[in-house]
Design a protein around this ligand. Structure first.
Ligand SMILES: Cc1ncc(C[n+]2csc(CCOP(=O)(O)OP(=O)(O)O)c2C)c(N)n1
Ligand SMILES: [Mg+2]
Length: 317
């Protein structure tokens, strides 16, 4: 009857999340910045996987890319420069129920944050780590970063960077207990999405390097790859990143690569004639520190206090 509520059940109706549930503030990145597409991919992934926004957290350090948490309508932590990963590990250690996405830049992760990068990969706690690599410090207006190519000019190296660039893929593959190492390019949304989806489904730390455009400071950075798709080597394997037919058509240069083969992953990561995209390495069985740090989570407050007292008493002299 009109005006009378018939269903007095107090249970919440099943919720269905839509994109709007994940869209935070309007992104202030430059137009054409590759970060926009990655943000859209994460929001779509959250919607498709129906991740409750209150159970999702985006963690970052400092940089243009690290503004990511502001643009997600989930929990977020915009941390200190280089410190996204220890914050994310802390979140994972106490709240194993949350879905964690980390946004970090090539300066944030591969310069000031290097020690945390190494140890977080070894700890292998479940999270998706997105290295938004534009080969430059963007936020501070164009200084050389560890991934800047030799010869590329910047405000700190006006005559060109002198050293060969650090390769984030080989570094990560070399870290004990690395369990998921992938690469994608921001200008191919289908491949970014498929890579992040595989990363999200991985039980440990999934490291995804995303080659990212910065049209403001390094507008020609990826021209070679965007003008000649044959410079991109699409890694292909039933256990790799599932490849959309449109992606396979765009990148005709394919290579069968078994992501369980660490030696082959190094070889492909080191290639300089082409840029590999896809899953370089995957070991879903690697040890995960979050399984150890979860000990005692289920204890009631009283039992927890007792356990803490007992642990402290061990140091009595
Ligand atoms: C301790 C500390 N040192 C230096 C800075 C200055 N700083 C801010 S962002 C940044 C580099 C950011 O580069 P990147 O991580 O590549 O991010 P992008 O802006 O390119 O996305 C630096 C050096 C800072 N904020 N804090
Ligand atoms: Mg950068």
């Amino acid at each position: 009857m009109y005006g009378l509520k018939e269903d007095w059940s107090l249970d919440d109706p099943a919720r269905e999340f839509v994109l709007d549930d994940y869209e935070g503030g309007t992104a202030r990145w430059c137009s054409g910045c590759g970060d926009h597409g990655v943000l859209t991919a994460v929001q779509r992934l959250c919607r498709d996987e129906q991740l409750p926004p209150e159970k999702t957290v985006t963690v970052s350090g400092i940089g243009c890319s690290s503004r990511f948490p502001h643009y997600m309508k989930t929990y977020g932590f915009h941390g200190l420069h280089g410190r996204a990963l220890p914050v994310a590990c802390g979140v994972r250690a106490r709240r194993p129920d949350l879905h964690i996405f980390v946004a970090t830049g090539d300066g944030d992760c591969c310069a000031i944050g290097t020690a945390h990068w190494i140890h977080a990969v070894r700890y292998n706690m479940k999270m998706v780590v997105m290295l938004l690599d534009n080969n430059i410090y963007g936020l501070t207006k164009m200084q050389t970063s560890p991934t800047t190519k030799r010869g590329a000019t910047s405000n700190t190296h006006p005559d060109g960077s002198m050293l060969d660039a650090l390769n984030p893929l080989t570094v990560t593959l070399g870290i004990t207990n690395a369990s998921f190492v992938a690469q994608t390019v921001d200008w191919n949304p289908a491949h970014v999405y498929a890579t992040l989806r595989a990363a999200h489904r991985h039980p440990g730390l999934a490291f995804v390097r995303i080659l990212q455009r910065c049209p403001h400071f390094v507008p020609k950075l990826w021209d070679e790859l965007t003008n000649d798709p044959n410079k991109v080597l699409l890694l292909d394997h039933p256990d790799g990143i599932p490849v959309d037919p449109a992606v396979a058509r765009a990148y005709k240069n394919h290579q069968r690569h078994d992501p369980h083969d660490l030696g082959a992953a190094f070889q492909v990561a080191r290639r300089e004639d082409v840029v590999p995209i896809g899953l370089l390495y995957h070991n879903p069985d690697a040890q995960r520190y979050d399984e150890f740090s979860a000990a005692g989570h289920a204890l009631q407050p009283e039992a927890r206090l007792k356990a803490i007292d007992a642990a402290i008493d061990r140091f009595l002299i």
